[in-house]
Design a protein around this ligand. Sequence first.
Ligand SMILES: NC(=O)c1ccc[n+]([C@@H]2O[C@H](COP(=O)([O-])OP(=O)(O)OC[C@H]3O[C@@H](n4cnc5c(N)ncnc54)[C@H](O)[C@@H]3O)[C@@H](O)[C@H]2O)c1
Length: 371
Amino acid sequence: MSEKVKVAVVGLGFGAEFVPLYQKHPNAECYAICQRSEENLNRVGDQFGVERRCTRFEDLLAMDELDAIHVVTPIADHAAMSLASLEAGKHTACTVPMATTVADCLALAEARRKAGKVYMMMETAVYTREFLFVKEMLDSGRLGRIQFLRGSHQQNMSLPGWPAYWYGFPPMHYATHAVGPLLALAGVEAESVVCFGSGTIREEYAERYGSPFAVETALLSLRDCPLACEVTRSLFDTIRQYRESFDVYGTEMSFEWEQLAGEKPVLYSGFEDAERVEVPDYGRLLPEEIAPYTIRGVYDEEHEHTYFVQGAGHGGSHPHLTHEFVSAILNDRPSAVDAARAANWTMAGICAHESAVAGGKRVEIPAAPGA
Ligand SMILES: NC(=O)c1ccc[n+]([C@@H]2O[C@H](COP(=O)([O-])OP(=O)(O)OC[C@H]3O[C@@H](n4cnc5c(N)ncnc54)[C@H](O)[C@@H]3O)[C@@H](O)[C@H]2O)c1
């Protein structure tokens, strides 16, 4: 393999955000793009100057010289496309969630083990500024020992305009933004889960996936670890400004990301001290070519206008994800969110939904191959 990893992006809605990052990364190139509708394919191809374009995923699999595929298609396609990519001998990145069934999560972890290729679930929530800030405090010992973790992801997708597959989607089937930061900070896997469903969503949504709950709220027990984690998800018919946050309580300091638009998170210290903190940017951890992509909104003083940088977004996470995927490939090591880990984070949500449907029964989360 050359020093520039040849990456193709499939799915060019959210996926288009990553095209400039692979182009700018000093050790990668955006070798090809793929999506079904030719019109959008050409629009994105022309915008970024990508020559190789295809409307059939199978054509990417057949490109011998291609090193890696980044899957950013609708959720129902993630598992099958990632499996096919690994089986074709490609390093594989996939947006969240990894899959929607326990069987597919386990199959993907096994396929990655067999293929010996890099797999990475591109979990934005573990590369936000806030996550990197707390991880730094934990690693330096300032937080002390973790005592409890809480994560939430609340969104109201009841409004029209989303792709049709979203309406009625079980909230815990897309729980990795809330689960991932907790398990990444704890550094261990989820072992079992108890979850309750609360409230009800409108019937025409509920019947689509047989999922009636407005909110699902779970407690995870962790393997070989005395911590419990709390996870809350809502997707429809519940009012709350968008929130994707986590709280961490330690023996020396605690961090609460109450998250109201424009408000800074709170750091607790001493016995009663609390202050809102300015979380720094972590572009300095990245190659200089992609470091500017951690900042989404850039204010243009001359025109008194904030313009948005395509490629940035989700708390500055996109360039970090790109860099981690490319670095894992070049250094022949597992990525930070390898298949076994991705399977555990994703299955924690899938099993939580199963528990909620069963009225709060405790569900064991199977160990993934390669864990
Ligand atoms: N923070 C995050 O991590 C985050 C944010 C947004 C979206 N996502 C994930 O990204 C995925 C895509 O989101 P989106 O909003 O762009 O969805 P979307 O449905 O708007 O777009 C999906 C894209 O995939 C293409 N596509 C669908 N089937 C295909 C096929 N068989 N072959 C080739 N291309 C195909 C479509 O043409 C489209 O370009 C979703 O699974 C979502 O969960 C993650």
